[in-house]
Design a protein around this ligand. Structure first.
Ligand code: GCU
Length: 464
């Protein structure tokens, strides 16, 4: 991490002041037809995790060096490198109060990252159980949100974001948030259940770090890095990759993940939060982001990826649902330019997404899928989680069992499949999780209270 100064301003109580993110049908990505037929998945061989290019098998003592190799490959071939050479991080509490009839404390931080080129403010919203104290610090989930902090809960005190936001006719006017968005994504953030479970929750709007749009992306943190020449497309599906000026410069996922690490810097200074029990969590594109944050910042105690799919937990070589080619053309600002080399050539990539998951070992990892979320390839998410197990085992940790994917047909009403301790695969009782956890929830692409309940159970078991 680059050297930076941490200026700490507490209790400055000056009040400064959805959409649903659907798959954008970028013109450039039109004409793409996803494969949803398991029989049409190509034959593939995954790059080995524990075998070096020289053909040596890696033992536990050599895992740190091997991990470095895989981390560099994931960075240079997929997400890209992103850092600010010199910056100052300033955090001040701008509002605090109570929520849920006093069951939760609300703390709102203004986190500012600045350097000689400008500054970027990120609103960080934190809820802690009322009894959280430095004597009883609480574990905490940290995850970015899609639609602004005010969408997370029906809490009128939450500050509205002031940064660019994707248009939404009901809640966003002229690309700026309005009060109408308050609480519209609360199904995704069961604050009451989280604090009742003894956990804190911290969240920030991902657009406060960098707007999720190729045209507006440079208005966020990236503008503080004047050397940045990110090629933001547009790319057509069949565009051939040609070497760009900065092929390994990080895209938005790398920037959002870096932002999560800066938020962790702030949270770790609050003695009411257990600094060694911060769980990074994310849904969908923000699940991809959580995984990269968990891989690059080992201070995250547990990493949870929900429905993260292509470029997240799903094996790219399967090309099931969303593919590398489709994601690179629809979201040209997410990955490094070099990732486009693997458009329709996934098997040429020296790593696959199981390599990313293995970077989290030996720390706990929980990957989740939803049965109707075929675009994110649940089977591919399961397989990658299973494959990463060799590294967990090498490091004396438990992995997912070598069982087959039960498939969606086994999911009965209200039933769920876990990949370990599941008996017939249809039990509602919580299994004894391994160090790697997996579940598939019946239903659509989303993150719901049911998922959060399992996240808490998973975390508790890890810390028993
Ligand atoms: C699109 C995109 C996915 C992404 C998802 C989301 O569907 O293709 O890669 O995960 O949006 O973030 O909701």
């Amino acid at each position: 991490m680059s050297a930076h100064r941490f200026a700490w301003g507490i209790a400055c109580l000056t009040l400064v002041s959805s959409f649903v993110v659907a798959a954008p049908t970028s013109v450039m990505a039109q004409g793409f037809k996803a494969n949803y037929d398991e029989a049409a998945v190509p034959q593939y061989t995954l790059p080995p995790l524990l075998e070096t290019v020289e053909g040596n098998t890696v033992d536990a003592a050599h895992w740190p060096a091997r991990r470095e190799v895989l981390l560099n490959l994931c960075r240079d071939q997929i997400y890209g490198a992103w850092d600010l050479p010199d910056f100052q991080l300033n955090a001040e509490i701008v509002e605090q109060g109570e929520f849920l009839d006093g069951k939760a404390k609300r703390i709102q931080w203004k986190v500012t990252i600045s350097n000689e080129h400008g500054s970027q403010a990120i609103d960080l919203l934190v809820y802690l159980p009322a009894n959280a104290s430095s004597d009883q610090p609480v574990p905490l989930f940290l995850g970015l949100n899609f639609a602004g902090n005010h969408c997370v809960a029906n809490d009128p005190a939450i500050r509205l974001p002031t940064t660019w936001m994707r248009a939404d006719k009901d809640t966003v006017i002229e690309n700026r948030a309005t009060d109408k968005g308050r609480g519209i994504q609360d199904r995704r953030w069961p604050v009451d259940e989280i604090v009742a479970g003894g956990f804190g929750l911290a969240t920030a709007y991902y657009g406060d770090i960098a707007p999720d749009d190729p045209k507006h992306y440079m208005e966020g943190l990236p503008r503080l890095n004047p050397k940045l020449k990110k090629n933001l497309g547009p790319f057509a599906l069949d565009d051939a990759y040609t070497e760009t000026e900065q092929p390994t410069t990080g895209g938005a996922i790398a920037v959002w993940s870096w932002g999560l690490s800066r938020l962790l810097d702030v949270l770790q200074k609050d003695s009411r939060i257990a600094a060694n029990k911060v769980i990074v969590v994310g849904h969908s594109r923000l699940g991809k982001t959580a995984l990269w944050a968990g891989a690059t910042d080992t201070r995250f105690a547990i990493t949870i990826s929900n429905n993260s799919g292509c470029g997240g937990a799903a094996i790219s070589r399967r090309a099931f649902g969303e593919t590398v080619q489709r994601i690179n053309s629809a979201f040209p600002h997410w990955f490094c330019d070099q990732y486009r080399k693997y458009n329709k050539a996934e098997d040429q990539c020296p790593v696959d997404q199981h390599s990313l998951l293995a970077l989290i070992a030996p720390r706990p990892l929980y990957v989740t899928s939803a049965s109707e979320d075929l675009w994110a390839d649940p089977h591919g998410e399961f397989l990658a989680s299973q494959e990463a197990g060799v590294v967990y085992q090498l490091l004396n940790q438990t992995a997912l069992p070598d069982s087959k994917f039960y498939g969606f047909e086994n999911l009965g009403d209200g039933k769920v499949m876990y990949a370990n301790g599941w008996g017939d695969g249809q039990t509602e009782s919580v299994p004894k999780f391994a160090r790697v956890g997996y579940h598939i929830r019946k239903g659509p692409h989303d993150i719901l209270s049911w998922d959060w309940q399992r996240f808490m159970q998973f975390a508790r078991q890890q810390w028993e």
